[in-house]
Ligand binder design. Structure first.
Ligand code: PLP
Length: 261
């Protein structure tokens, strides 16, 4: 078959930061999307200086450059899902929200990245109200971990935070429990109809860099294939768990999910 006749996998457009360690950010997104047999297109929001221990510096791209990258992809390929990762600052967030308003039909996964798994702050505090407001309202699904959900909403519990995010108009909120410490990772999928489903997996030993990116990108790829929110969340969690079970430690810090697992 020639390139003209090979069927194209669905495109997932990721707006992500670049993590040179290969653990998180755009490399994680591209690997996870590819592993789900979808095509990753990536608009870079920022470069970072980081290793497997922690992030040290964030260099946001000029906002026009971020938007031009995304527009080039949107004008050229049918985009089946958009995934937001690290947006770095409010200016970029506002411009992305404006761009999304002109593509209201494309499913949207919002991974509200705030802090690196090593503990460094990645996103400006001014981004929080945007993520918990306009971007949440546009989301097919948000994927905060518990501490991100609490930080975004100021709610006292994860359940209350999910309720607040759904109240914006979001279709679903998946609160991930990777940052918890119980014997199982008790992920909770909250849908706009008020239902909540626990999707539990065993808690694996060790600390991981890029697990949130992996999960959100795989979820976006499943939505790009047309899965329901529920099936996509289940598949993404199962895939991430496989990646974490096969994780490796190439550096001096956290382990990196093996996204080919
Ligand atoms: N995006 C970038 C560019 C990052 O550097 C990080 C974390 O360090 C993240 C996203 C979030 O990573 P995680 O998947 O560990 O939440």
């Amino acid at each position: 078959m020639s390139a003209d006749t090979n069927p194209s996998p669905p495109t997932v457009l990721c707006l992500s930061g670049h993590d040179p360690s290969g653990g998180a950010g755009q490399l994680a997104d591209a690997q996870a999307v590819t592993a789900q047999q979808a095509h990753p297109a990536v608009a870079i929001t920022c470069n970072t200086v980081q290793d497997t221990v922690n992030a040290r510096r964030i260099m946001a791209l000029p906002v026009a450059d971020v938007i031009d990258q995304a527009k080039a992809v949107l004008a050229d390929q049918p985009v089946a899902c958009i995934k937001l990762g690290l947006l770095a600052n409010r200016e970029i967030g506002d411009a992305v929200a404006k761009l999304l308003a002109t593509h209201a039909d494309i499913p949207l996964v919002v991974d509200p990245v705030l802090v690196a798994s090593g503990g460094s702050t990645l996103a400006e505090t001014a981004l929080r109200p945007l993520l918990a407001g306009k971007l949440a309202a546009r989301a097919s699904i948000l994927t905060p971990n518990t501490s991100e959900a609490l930080a975004l909403t100021g709610a006292p519990t994860a359940r209350a935070a999910a309720h607040d995010l759904l109240a914006t108009g979001a279709q679903a909120v998946l609160i991930t429990d990777g940052d918890g410490d119980g014997p199982t990772v008790d992920n909770q999928l909250h849908l706009a109809d008020g239902s909540a489903t626990a999707i539990k997996v065993a808690r694996l030993p060790g600390r991981f860099h890029g697990s949130g990116c992996t999960l959100a990108a795989a979820l976006a790829a499943r939505l790009a294939h047309g899965d329901s929110l529920h099936l996509a969340a289940q598949a993404a969690i199962a895939y991430t768990q496989r990646c974490l079970a096969a994780a490796f430690s190439p550096g001096k810090g956290q382990a990196i999910p093996n996204r080919s697992a």
